[in-house]
Design a protein around this ligand. Structure first.
Ligand SMILES: [Fe+2]
Length: 140
């Protein structure tokens, strides 16, 4: 199932919420691509995964910085979660690049499900804990 941005996903910091919106958009672009089998090529999948990986790295760094400035008590745990998410995504990309997926259409569907799950784990399971703890003004 795909994720769509919803105000219920806001953690209450304008930068972090904008990043999450962008990440959801990137996963959404991937799903759109998957629905049009002609556009699914190893190269197009690789480009999408790399864009997502780059943005996720930037986002995690930004989020940790904002949390550090705000003296957010969950920072250490959040860093651990980010490391795990970076690794899961990197492993997934490495598996793809090593050609460990058979049928490309099937692989792309599976990947879309994985990315949705991966992103939801980050936003809902981890980041929702900081809701109310970081005001936009609190870290400036
Ligand atoms: Fe986040």
């Amino acid at each position: 199932m795909s994720i769509a941005w919803d105000d219920a996903l806001k953690v209450g910091n304008i930068e972090i919420d904008a990043d999450h919106k962008e990440l959801i958009g990137l996963v959404g672009d991937f799903e759109t691509m998957v629905k049009s089998p002609k556009s699914v090529t190893p190269r197009s999948i690789q480009i999408t995964l790399e864009r997502l990986q780059l943005y996720a790295h930037d986002h995690f760094a930004r989020e940790e910085y904002i949390q550090a400035i705000a003296k957010y008590p969950g920072l250490a745990e959040n860093k651990r979660q980010h490391d795990a998410l970076r690794k899961t995504l990197a492993d997934y990309i490495a598996k793809f690049e090593a050609g460990q997926f058979g049928d490309l259409g099937k692989a792309a569907d599976e990947m879309a499900a994985f990315l949705n799950h991966w992103l939801m784990s980050h936003i809902v399971d981890v980041d929702m804990k900081m809701r109310g703890a970081l005001s936009d003004e609190g870290w400036r």
